[in-house]
Design a protein around this ligand. Structure first.
Ligand code: FAD
Length: 139
């Protein structure tokens, strides 16, 4: 049994409506608690960036379900590795909806204050999620 971390980015489907996020988070929290998966999801109206941590087969199975979800497209793995410890152990799925207060954090980790994980390296995306998780914990 190995712990792994998977990081991916995706684009919201053309017909994606922000109100669908509640149903996504509901499924994520329900399933992730059951599967002991932890992580973080950041979104704006165009892009998703998600980190999943947990037992390798459970992370892989969860990602396979997520990858075929019609609510997003262009699902692109940015990073996958074995890990010794979790970074998001407090979150069955931490959630950050991009807002004005996060622009400084985006700018710190990317070329623009506008959230676009497709213009960022995997390492920068991971660092961004870590910092967003700290920011929302203290809000
Ligand atoms: P349920 O939880 O019973 O489904 C819940 C609701 O979601 C139902 O109302 C159903 O109609 C709706 N739904 C399910 N699949 C779709 C779909 N393809 N298109 C439109 N509506 C749908 N799942 C996780 O388990 N963990 C995660 O961390 C996670 N993160 C996600 C991140 C993103 C960006 C997206 C788009 C989806 C994510 N999901 C996650 C959801 C995942 O894709 C599956 O929908 C979910 O795992 C199915 O769970 P379930 O079989 O228990 O269905």
């Amino acid at each position: 049994m190995f712990l792994v971390r998977l990081l991916y980015a995706s684009k919201a489907s053309a017909d994606f409506n922000f109100s669908q996020i509640d149903s996504i988070l509901e499924s994520a929290v329900k399933n992730n608690i059951k599967n002991e998966i932890t992580g973080m999801l950041s979104i704006n109206h165009k892009f998703f960036l998600q980190c999943l941590e947990g037992e390798r087969s459970k992370v892989n199975q969860t990602f396979q379900k997520i990858a075929v979800d019609s609510r997003h497209t262009d699902v692109t793995i940015l990073h996958y590795d074995s890990i010794d410890t979790r970074e998001f152990s407090d979150w069955s799925m931490g959630f950050s909806s991009q807002k004005g207060a996060h622009q400084g954090i985006n700018l710190k980790h990317s070329v623009s204050s506008i959230f676009n994980p497709f213009e960022m390296s995997g390492a920068s995306c991971y660092a961004l999620l870590l910092e967003l998780s700290k920011a929302i914990s203290s809000e």
